[in-house]
Write a protein that binds this ligand. Structure first.
Ligand code: NAD
Length: 251
């Protein structure tokens, strides 16, 4: 039988360095669909996965036009943090969360109040755009105003290059400092919490393995099975918006 929530709370209290990795599953209860869960964007429309590849975005104007259109309709820009995001803020406030690594690009950990210096947004953020030619960054809000005004694929205002959300697409390298910081945190922790991630997107999906090799405990929080379940010290299948607040109360 899997250890229960009280046991996991006890592990958190007794650990010296706790690291959490969150995925799209922590934001589904804020109304942002994940990719691979039962109601996931790609589960329902596998065609959309194409947009997430950088080469398609850079070479195919149709893909860019569709991406901007989807951004206008995306629930991510009006979403609010849910009790699961707040529970991680509470864990940090109690001194039991050293580093929070998120694959999410929605900015909801920051909106909930997680400390920027403890947070690694390893796949970037949708709240900024970046020019693929000159590298200039600007607020997403301004680009969306241009799309609403009729620019289907707004170019960079400085150099005319292609603009993209400041997120890491498939085929794009992660920021070396971010992946290095994440790997160091995983190697130095004694408890690793994998929360709402299908744990199949690499290199982030190596992080639990790095923690396990370094001797840390691993706890997986996910309604569905993940490739790490058989290696985890505990697997908790409840909805994150219910279980994480109960956990942070017990710590
Ligand atoms: P994923 O879609 O591959 O997996 C999400 C997992 O969360 C699934 O295994 C699902 O079973 C689980 N889940 C969903 N809702 C849950 C809930 N309420 N309680 C418990 N479990 C729940 O997501 P991933 O592993 O993060 O990888 C997808 C990639 O897509 C990431 O790189 C991320 O950048 C990106 N993404 C981000 C967002 C966002 O920012 N909110 C949304 C979709 C995709």
């Amino acid at each position: 039988m899997d250890p229960d929530l009280a046991t996991v709370a006890d592990w958190i209290r007794k650990s010296y360095h706790v690291v959490a990795l969150t995925g799209a599953g922590i934001s589904t209860e804020s109304g942002i669909p994940d990719f691979r869960g039962p109601q996931g964007l790609w589960t329902r429309n596998p065609e959309l996965e194409k947009n997430a590849h950088i080469s398609n975005y850079l070479t195919d104007k149709k893909v860019r036009v569709q991406s901007w259109k989807l951004r206008l309709e995306s629930p991510a820009f009006s979403a609010e943090p849910n009790p699961a995001h707040h529970a991680l803020v509470e864990l940090e406030r109690k001194g039991h969360l050293d580093t929070l690594i998120t694959q999410n690009v929605d900015g909801l950990h920051l909106a909930a109040g997680s400390s920027p210096e403890r947070l690694i947004e390893i796949h970037g953020t949708i709240h900024e755009v970046v020019c693929m030619s000159c590298g200039e960054r600007a607020p997403m809000e301004k680009a969306l105003v241009r799309v609403k005004a009729g620019e289907e694929d707004p170019p960079c205002r400085t150099c005319g290059g292609i603009l993209k959300s400041a997120t890491i697409s498939f085929g794009q390298a992660l920021i070396p400092e971010d992946i290095e910081r994440s790997q160091l945190a995983a190697a130095a922790c004694d408890l690793f919490l994998a929360i709402g991630s299908s744990l199949v997107v690499y290199p982030v999906a190596y992080l639990p393995e790095i923690a396990l090799r370094a001797g840390a405990r691993l706890v997986v929080f996910n309604e569905e099975a993940t490739p790490y379940d058989h290696l985890a010290d505990a697997v908790l299948r409840d909805r994150l918006g219910e279980i994480l607040p109960r956990l942070s109360e017990q710590v």
